[in-house]
Design a protein around this ligand. Structure first.
Ligand code: UD1
Ligand code: CA
Length: 461
C-alpha cells in the first residue's frame, strides 16, 4: 500500500476577509473553525503525516491546533507553489501520495477526498486535480483540456484570456500528487504571471509537459466545492453546512419543525424523537437526549440535556438539565448549574452555579446562585440568594423538603435545613434549623379608623 501524506495551505494573508486579528481558516462555519473540517476529513483518510503551512498569523493556528498537525513556515507569501515547497523539509524524501488542499475549503467530505485518492491510484497518475463545473467560475483557476479531454494545465483567473475565462470547469485547489514528482516539478515553477507568485497549479502543466499522466476528478456535489475568500462566501458556506447538519439530525430521527430557522453547530448531538421548534440555536458541545422538546427560541451553549426535558424561550450556558426537567419560558441558566430530574425552572428564573435536587420547583421570578438546593424543595416567587457581598461570593444551602416563601432574601452564607419553612417576605441572616419556621420581618401594625381621622384633619386646613 502506498503511504499517504497531506499538505494544507494556510499561510496566505486572507486579505479578502478584511479581518484584522483572526486568521481566515479560524473563522467558524457552524461554530467550528474552517480548518478543523479539513483536518477531520483528512484524519478519516489516515494520512501518515499532515503538514500545515503557516505564515501570516501562524501563531494563532499553532495555538488552536497544537499537535494535531506538523507545521511548516512560509515567512514570505510568494504563492501557493512556494507554500507547498516549505513542506519539503518534512516530506521531500518520502515515497507515496501527497494530498494538497487549501485551508479555506471547509465543505469537502472525507468521501470526496477518498474518491480523489482512489481515482489517482487507479489511473497511476503523477497528479490528479479535483475540479467542479461552476455556473459562475469567477476567481477560480480554469481547467484547460485538450481535444482528447485530457488535462493540459490550469490557468488562474487573473492570467486568463477572455476565451479561457469562459471555461466553467475550475480547479478546487485540491490535488493528489506522486510525492517525489511534486517536489521535483515545484523546482520548475516560475512567477512570471499577473500576481508575481509561484502558483501550485502550474505544477500540473509542468508534469504534463514532462509527459507524465495528469488526471482530473470532477466533483458532482457542487455544494462541497466552494472556497471561502470573503465573508459573503463565509455566509454561503455556513448555509450549506447548516443544511447538511440539520439533514443528518433529521435522518437520525430528530424532528426539526423549521430548518430555515434552526441553527445547530457542527458537534452538537441530539437523540431520536426530540422535537426542535423554530428559532433554536444549539451550540458548542451541547448534547440533547431523546424525547426532548426544545424551543421555540432556545439558545443552548455547551449544555447537556437528558431525556424528555422541555426547554422553551430560554438561554442556557455550560449546564446540565436532567430528565423531565421543565425550563422556561424566559429562564436564564448560567454556567455551572445542574438542574435535577423532574424539576421546574419557570418564568424569569435566573440560576447560576446552582445544584438543584430532584423534584424541586422554582416556578417564577427568582435568583438562585452559588447554591445547593436539595430534593422536593419549593422556592417561592421572588426568592433571592444574596450571594455577593461586594468582594466575595457566598454559598446558600437549602436542604430536602424545605419551603421558602415568596420574596425571601437568603443572605449567604446560610443554610435552610431539612423540611424547614421560611415565611414570605423574610430576610434570613442565620441558619434555619431542621423542621423550624423562620419569620424575619417587621410585625404588621394596624391603626383602626386612621383614614377617617386623617381626612378630617385635611378638611380643617
Ligand atoms: C486558489 C488557486 C486556484 C483555485 C482556488 C480554489 C492558486 C494560485 N490558485 O486560488 O487555482 O481555483 O484556490 O479555491 O493556487 N496560501 C499560502 N501561501 C501563499 C498564498 C496562499 O499558504 O503564498 C494559501 C492560502 O492561505 C489559502 C490557499 O493557499 O489557504 C489558497 O490561496 P488563495 O489566495 O485563497 O487562492 P485563491 O485565489 O482562492
Ligand atoms: Ca481561496
Amino acid at each position: 500500500m502506498q503511504r499517504l501524506y497531506a499538505i494544507v495551505l494556510a499561510a496566505g494573508k486572507g486579505t479578502r476577509m478584511k479581518s484584522r486579528k483572526k486568521h481566515k481558516v479560524l473563522h467558524p462555519v457552524c461554530g467550528k473553525p474552517m480548518i478543523e473540517y479539513i483536518l477531520d476529513a483528512i484524519s478519516h483518510l489516515q494520512a501518515e503525516k499532515t503538514v500545515l503551512v503557516v505564515g501570516h498569523l501562524g501563531d494563532s493556528l499553532k495555538e488552536a491546533l497544537g499537535d494535531r498537525v506538523l507545521f511548516a513556515e512560509q515567512t514570505e507569501q510568494l504563492g501557493t507553489g512556494h507554500a507547498v515547497m516549505q513542506a519539503a523539509g518534512i516530506l521531500e524524501k518520502e515515497d507515496g501520495i501527497t494530498l494538497v488542499l487549501n485551508g479555506d475549503h471547509p465543505l469537502f467530505t472525507a468521501e470526496t477526498l477518498q474518491k480523489l485518492v482512489r481515482r489517482h491510484k487507479e489511473e497511476g497518475a503523477a497528479a490528479t486535480v479535483l475540479t467542479a463545473v461552476f455556473e459562475d467560475p469567477t476567481g477560480y483557476g480554469r481547467i484547460k483540456r485538450n481535444s482528447g479531454g485530457g488535462v493540459d494545465g490550469i490557468v488562474e483567473h487573473k492570467d486568463a484570456t477572455e476565451e479561457e475565462r469562459a471555461i466553467r470547469e475550475v480547479s478546487l485547489g485540491t490535488f493528489c500528487f506522486d510525492n517525489r514528482k511534486l517536489f521535483a516539478a515545484l523546482a520548475h515553477v516560475k512567477n512570471d504571471n499577473a500576481q508575481g507568485e509561484y502558483y501550485l497549479p502550474d505544477v500540473i502543466g509542468i508534469l504534463r509537459d514532462q509527459g507524465e499522466h495528469v488526471s482530473a476528478h470532477i466533483l458532482e456535489e457542487t455544494d462541497e466545492a466552494m472556497g471561502v475568500n470573503d465573508r459573503v462566501q463565509l455566509a454561503e458556506a455556513e448555509k450549506i453546512m447548516r443544511r447538511r447538519i440539520l439533514r443528518k439530525h433529521m435522518l437520525n430521527g430528530v424532528t426539526i419543525v423549521d430548518p430555515e430557522n434552526t441553527y445547530i453547530e457542527a458537534d452538537v448531538q441530539i437523540g431520536a424523537d426530540t422535537l426542535i421548534e423554530p428559532g433554536c440555536s444549539l451550540r458548542g458541545s451541547t448534547v440533547i437526549g431523546e424525547g426532548c422538546r426544545i424551543g421555540p427560541q432556545a439558545d443552548l451553549a455547551d449544555v447537556i440535556v437528558h431525556d424528555d426535558a422541555q426547554i422553551r424561550y430560554s438561554v442556557i450556558e455550560r449546564s446540565e438539565i436532567r430528565e423531565r426537567a421543565v425550563v422556561g419560558p424566559f429562564t436564564y441558566i448560567r454556567p455551572g448549574t445542574d438542574l435535577g430530574a423532574d424539576t421546574k425552572a419557570g418564568a424569569f428564573v435566573d440560576l447560576k452555579k446552582a445544584k438543584i435536587g430532584h423534584g424541586t420547583k422554582i416556578s417564577h421570578l427568582a435568583y438562585v446562585g452559588d447554591a445547593e438546593v436539595g430534593e422536593k424543595v419549593n422556592i417561592g416567587c421572588g426568592v433571592i440568594t444574596v450571594n455577593y457581598d461586594g468582594v466575595h461570593k457566598h454559598k446558600t444551602v437549602i436542604e430536602d423538603g424545605a419551603f421558602v416563601g415568596c420574596n425571601v432574601n437568603l443572605i449567604a452564607p446560610v443554610t435552610v435545613e431539612k423540611g424547614a419553612y421560611v415565611a414570605a417576605g423574610s430576610t434570613i441572616t442565620h441558619d434555619v434549623p431542621e423542621g423550624a419556621l423562620a419569620i424575619a420581618r417587621e410585625r404588621q401594625t394596624v391603626k383602626p379608623g386612621y383614614v377617617e381621622k386623617l381626612m378630617a384633619k385635611h378638611a380643617k386646613k
